[in-house]
Design a protein around this ligand. Sequence first.
Ligand code: COA
Length: 145
Amino acid sequence: MPVRAPHSPADFAAYYQLRYQVLRQPWNQPPGSERADDDEAPTTIHALFATDEGHVAGVGRLHPSGPHQAQVRYMAVDPALQGQGIGQQVLKYLEEAARQQGQTECILHARQQAVPFYERLGYHVVAPSHLLFGTVQHYLMRKDL
Ligand SMILES: CC(C)(COP(=O)(O)OP(=O)(O)OC[C@H]1O[C@@H](n2cnc3c(N)ncnc32)[C@H](O)[C@@H]1OP(=O)(O)O)[C@@H](O)C(=O)NCCC(=O)NCCS
C-alpha cells in the first residue's frame, strides 16, 4: 500500500503543504494555520499517500481521544486526484493503526461535504458539531473499529 508515515523533512513539508492547500488556503487562512499543537506529540500518527512518482497526494492523522477511542483529523486529498480511492486508503491505514493500539472506536468531525465519504466507510453521524471559519458545518461521526 502506498500509504506510510512521513519520515524526511521533505515528506513533512509536502504533508503540511497539502493540508494547507486543501483545508486552509481556500478560506484565506494564513500559512501555519494548518498546524496543530499536538502534531508533534509522540502519540499522534501521521499518514501520507505517495504516488509512484513520489507526489504526496493524500494525508491524514490520528490521535488518542479517550479510553479506547481515537480521533481522525486533517484528511485531505489533492483536488486533482480526489475520487480515486486515495482518501479511503489513508483512512484505512489510520484505522488499522488505531486497532493496533487497542482502540475500539474512531471519531472525527467531518465537513458537511465529506460526510458521504465517511458514511461509505462505515461512520455514522452522531450530531452536528462546530462551524469552521463561519461557514463550514462539521458533524461528529463515529465508527466501531
Ligand atoms: C473527503 C476526501 C478526503 C475523500 O478522499 P477521496 O480520495 O476523494 O475519496 P475516495 O476516492 O477514497 O472515496 C472513497 C469512497 O467514498 C465515496 N465518496 C468520496 N467522496 C464522496 C462524496 N462527496 N459523496 C459521496 N461519496 C463519496 C467514493 O465514491 C468512494 O466510494 P466507492 O469505494 O464506492 O467508490 C477528499 O475528497 C478531500 O480531501 N476533500 C476535501 C477536503 C475534505 O473535505 N476533507 C475532509 C475533512 S473532514
